[in-house]
Design a protein around this ligand. Structure first.
Ligand SMILES: Cc1cc2nc3c(=O)[nH]c(=O)nc-3n(C[C@H](O)[C@H](O)[C@H](O)COP(=O)(O)OP(=O)(O)OC[C@H]3O[C@@H](n4cnc5c(N)ncnc54)[C@H](O)[C@@H]3O)c2cc1C
Length: 577
């Protein structure tokens, strides 16, 4: 009898495991719908089979390799010297790191996608898929490499491009050149204008100016990257004196450039990625574009790209957490019924469903925005929207994903806290890091204030937001009605924020409004997406999930908690991805 009880519980857990997606692409209708829309029919015809294949790789062999790579003891290790005493400044990885890399770069073509059509939409859809495995050891380098590709394409000399682009864009893992981005110094990361690392001129090379870098960088992820993109001071104080430089790991004679890795950080999360502290002792560097434009280039081409990658990585954390928790709620029993039948559990799954729908739609819409920007297809208001929405999405997606992973852990009860039981503990740790790098929440709010105050970007941003919150589809527009009201409320409140003379106080005033605007923006992107759903029943069901998200995060007052609200939670929880 006792054995029967245990066997039944174990069979339920086995059923939970069997319910996990075997393909992160084909089992996510929304992602397919968005990708098809943003690749266009021709692009969809060309790339669909690949997306489907990679969705299976991400859910299968990549996920298994990521588990191995993140196992305690398999973390990267600093390997400074060769056996015969040559300086290496290298990182030794567990073989599962290489296995992950082959899946991501070769099966996934996550960087090679930049050599093709609709590059951002395709690359970020592929990155979203790979990020379901939570393989931070590669996610961060992929985001940095994408930033280097963009910066070189926009500002690099022809010789720099000719030398490095083929290696950056190859889909051969072993032959690839991967990237890192070093801005942060010990005296401060948010205040990049306080950078002290110096660049000294050293003639001309590769169609640009050559420089020598002296100083130290405090947070250096992907510490042995082939190509480092970094800020350093060539001129006076503040950000205007910062240039943007490409520092190759190896010099022409094959020796290691003049930098030393002091140590690797012992981190809360993203442990499979080596983050170090690095000293530069006159390292050879090449200017990417005119040094006077360095800071502008790093923000527009590099940091904004990384922020979008951060949105997609945290969105994938939430999506994975949703898959894990939904299947658990459908299979785990307590008090004689599956736990998903309790309205409180249904509410947890519904909130996960809302957040994943919102971030996926916003992330893919931003990726499409970058493609349109580079094709010259954005008007002024849309350009303002893209800049503001990228910053707000980075802040809010990581906050939502943090809560989503915690909610999934709560759904699994004690099992949720166990490292060997599911991916959730690792996703939670990694998500905390994603909240901080590429701009803390406060920094993003301060940036948004400057964009609103100095550049008046709120005007274009609000115009696009109002436009996109209306779709002409009744069920969708009903769902977003509280968001439209919230936007008008924030638009009114912005007058007082922008009239405040003290920028620190104004930032303080803006923060809750910025979070609300971000959520309204998520809702608008999802509204535009779900309005295009061809299956009317699915469209209305997804509009209900959208309405759930809006009521939870944007509406002025939450709906009354009664039986009909509990039934609504159950319907939203039951809706597949
Ligand atoms: C694991 C990991 C890897 C990293 N890898 C890299 C990397 O590869 N390259 C790189 O360049 N950086 C990297 N970073 C650094 C990261 O980008 C910085 O930590 C981040 O930008 C914040 O800078 P800081 O740590 O110096 O915090 P600080 O700037 O000191 O901020 C501390 C606190 O003060 C707040 N604050 C600062 N300014 C304001 C303001 N104006 N208004 C209100 N509040 C404010 C911040 O929001 C934060 O809460 C990494 C960080 C981590 C954790």
């Amino acid at each position: 009898m006792e054995n029967d009880i245990y066997a039944k519980a174990r069979a339920d857990l086995q059923a939970w495991r069997e319910r996990q997606p075997t393909n992160f692409f084909t089992e996510n209708r929304q992602l397919g719908r968005l990708t098809r829309r943003f690749l266009g029919e021709d692009g969809w015809a060309r790339h669909r089979a690949h997306l489907e294949r990679f969705g299976a790789v991400a859910a299968g062999p990549l996920d298994a390799a990521a588990i191995e790579n993140n196992r305690a003891g398999n973390e990267p290790k600093l390997d400074r010297w060769s056996p015969i005493g040559e300086r290496l400044e290298a990182i030794a990885h567990h073989p599962s790191f290489q296995a992950c890399g082959r899946h991501i770069y070769e099966d996934g073509e996550v960087i090679a996608a930049y050599g093709g059509d609709a590059p951002h939409a395709r690359a970020l859809a592929l990155f979203f898929l790979s990020s379901h495995a939570g393989e931070a050891g590669h996610n961060c380098p992929v985001a940095c490499t994408a930033g280097i590709v963009k910066a070189l394409a926009a500002e690099g000399s022809e010789e720099l491009k000719a030398r490095y682009m083929p290696g950056l864009l190859t889909n051969r893992f072993e032959e690839r050149l991967d990237g890192a981005q070093f801005l942060t110094e010990i005296q401060g990361g948010s205040d990049v204008g306080a950078n002290g690392t110096r660049a000294e001129p050293d003639g001309e090379a590769l169609g640009t100016t050559r420089w020598r870098i002296h100083g130290e960088k405090w947070f250096c992820s992907n510490a042995d990257a082939d190509l480092i993109l970094m800020t350093a001071r060539w001129g006076g104080p503040g950000t205007s004196g910062l240039g943007l430089f490409l520092v190759p790991r190896l010099l022409e004679d094959g020796s290691v450039n003049a930098f030393t890795i002091r140590r690797l950080k012992e981190k809360l999360g993203t442990r499979s990625m080596a983050s170090g502290e690095i000293d530069f002792h006159g390292a050879v560097a090449y200017a990417v574009g005119p040094v006077e434009r360095g800071f502008k280039t790093v923000i527009t081409q590099v940091i904004h790209t990384s922020r979008l990658y951060n949105t997609m990585a945290t969105g994938a954390n939430a999506q994975r957490a949703y898959f894990v928790a939904k299947a658990y709620a459908e299979t785990r029993e307590a008090f004689g019924k599956v736990i998903g039948d309790f309205p409180l559990v249904a509410e947890m799954i519904a909130s996960l469903r809302g957040v994943t729908g919102a971030i996926t739609a916003a992330g893919m819409t931003l990726a499409r925005g970058l493609d349109r920007l580079e094709a010259g297809g954005l008007d002024e208001a849309e350009h303002a929207w893209l800049r503001v929405a990228t910053n707000l999405a980075k802040m809010r997606s990581s906050q939502h994903s943090h809560r989503a992973v915690l909610t999934a852990i709560e759904t699994l009860g004690g099992n949720g806290a166990i490292e060997t039981f599911s991916v959730l503990p690792r996703l939670l740790r990694d998500n905390v890091v994603c909240e901080n790098w590429e701009g803390t929440h406060n920094t993003l709010v301060a940036q948004t204030l400057r964009d609103f105050g100095r550049l008046r970007l709120h005007e274009g941003f609000l115009a696009v937001l109002r436009r996109d919150l209306l779709t002409g589809v009744a069920s969708v527009d009903a769902a977003t009605a509280p968001a439209r009201a919230a936007v008008e409320h924030v638009a009114d409140a912005l007058h007082a924020v922008l009239a405040e003379k003290d920028p620190d106080v104004a930032t303080f005033m803006l923060r809750p409004h910025a979070e609300r605007l971000a959520d309204a923006m998520f809702a608008s992107a999802w509204a535009q997406d779900v309005a295009r759903e061809e299956d009317a029943a699915r469209r209305d069901a997804e509009a209900e999930a959208l309405g759930w998200f809006v009521d939870q995060h944007v509406a002025a007052t939450p709906p009354t908690r009664d039986g009909s609200q509990a039934a609504r939670a159950a319907r939203v929880a039951a809706l597949p991805a």
